[in-house]
Ligand binder design. Structure first.
Ligand SMILES: Cc1cc2nc3c(=O)[nH]c(=O)nc-3n(C[C@H](O)[C@H](O)[C@H](O)COP(=O)(O)OP(=O)(O)OC[C@H]3O[C@@H](n4cnc5c(N)ncnc54)[C@H](O)[C@@H]3O)c2cc1C
Length: 298
């Protein structure tokens, strides 16, 4: 998988193409605003510093993007990645922490501060430049915007009572630290299945999926989860949806309408992501769906 490496390359290329197109400085307007601090946004930020661009990077969540949220500590890279202002990084089979530490180190060496927990909500135009508004009430004026927002968007919520409590999470961090808990994992994709399997040895895990079988998961995950179900290592509940989340229990609704109450300490929801479609449309990007593919037009 050269995915992280590709993102790093593309983030850098985007900035380089902007520089090649020429930037004219405008008083109190940024040259560039980078949205997202995954591998692409980090590389773009470093490239922006390298070319002495006046920029700001905003991240709705935590630095590292999807890499930060991996439900496992291992990261696999098949080829070296070339980080602007740092050089070739030859980490092939590394830990998530090692990669995040490296990014943090290179960013801080170059005095780049990424504004975390800051979500871009609106992009508008005003006298020839962009005006960007965030969930924290900041307003940025910028000539260029780089959307390094990945594909995950914002995790999809189930919109059920009790979902806003602390025991509910949309990503699994440090699974090795979680033991002796009664856990509900929701979803039927790779993230849900991988997370359930990481948790099942040290905890009592129920995996709830609204469909009657796993549809699009990696063959390796399918084999392993089917084995786990057969051996009773976890409690699989196909054809169920979450009805309610309470402090010490969850209510699962079966397709037939029957509601089952399970004792519960933690809930992990992997129900896909809300694509940032509305956000892009508001920014003036026209989106049309053809043959199942999403086409973005400027
Ligand atoms: C479970 C899993 C395992 C993987 N394992 C590997 C692996 O071992 N090796 C590998 O090379 N690749 C792996 N990948 C793929 C890799 O994670 C992605 O290719 C890479 O993270 C994409 O980088 P990105 O910067 O384009 O997007 P992302 O990493 O998704 O970063 C985008 C960032 O933008 C932020 N954002 C989105 N919208 C907004 C907004 N409106 N305002 C502010 N911020 C916003 C998001 O919060 C996010 O942090 C894996 C992916 C998954 C899901």
């Amino acid at each position: 998988m050269g995915l992280i490496k590709n993102s790093v390359e593309q983030g850098q290329q985007a900035v380089e193409s902007m520089v090649n197109a020429g930037i004219k400085r405008i008083h109190s307007v940024l040259d560039l605003l980078i949205v997202g601090a995954g591998p692409a946004g980090i590389a773009a930020s470093l490239a922006a510093r390298k070319y002495k661009i006046d920029f700001v990077t905003l991240e709705q969540d935590s630095l590292g993007g999807t890499v930060f949220t991996f439900p496992r500590s291992k990261v696999v890279m098949t080829a070296p990645m070339d980080l602007p202002l740092h050089g070739k990084v030859k980490l092939f089979d590394t830990s998530k922490t090692q990669l995040l530490d490296l990014w943090n180190e290179v960013l801080s060496k170059n005095e780049i501060i990424i504004k975390e927990n800051t979500k871009v909500e609106e992009i508008g135009k005003e006298s020839g430049h962009f005006v960007v508004k965030t969930n924290r009430g900041d307003v940025f004026h910028t000539q260029n915007i780089l959307l390094a927002i990945g594909r995950r968007g914002t995790p999809r919520k189930l919109e059920v009572p009790g979902e806003m409590t602390e025991k509910v999470a949309y990503r699994l961090l440090e699974p090795e630290m979680i033991a002796g808990k009664k856990i509900l994992v929701v979803g039927g994709g790779d993230s849900a299945v991988e997370s359930a399997m990481l948790l099942m040895d040290q905890n009592e895990v129920t995996l709830s999926y609204r469909k009657e079988t796993f549809a699009r998961i990696k063959p390796k995950n399918r084999n392993n989860i089917l084995k786990a179900i057969e051996s009773g290592a976890l409690n699989m509940q196909f054809n169920t949806t979450v009805d309610r989340i309470d402090d010490h229990s969850v209510a699962l609704m079966h397709n037939e309408g029957e509601v089952e109450i399970l004792e519960n300490d933690l809930v992990y929801i992997f129900a896909g992501g809300e694509l940032p479609t509305q956000f892009l449309q508001k920014a003036g990007i026209e989106i049309t769906k053809r043959f199942g593919y999403t086409v973005k037009k400027h």
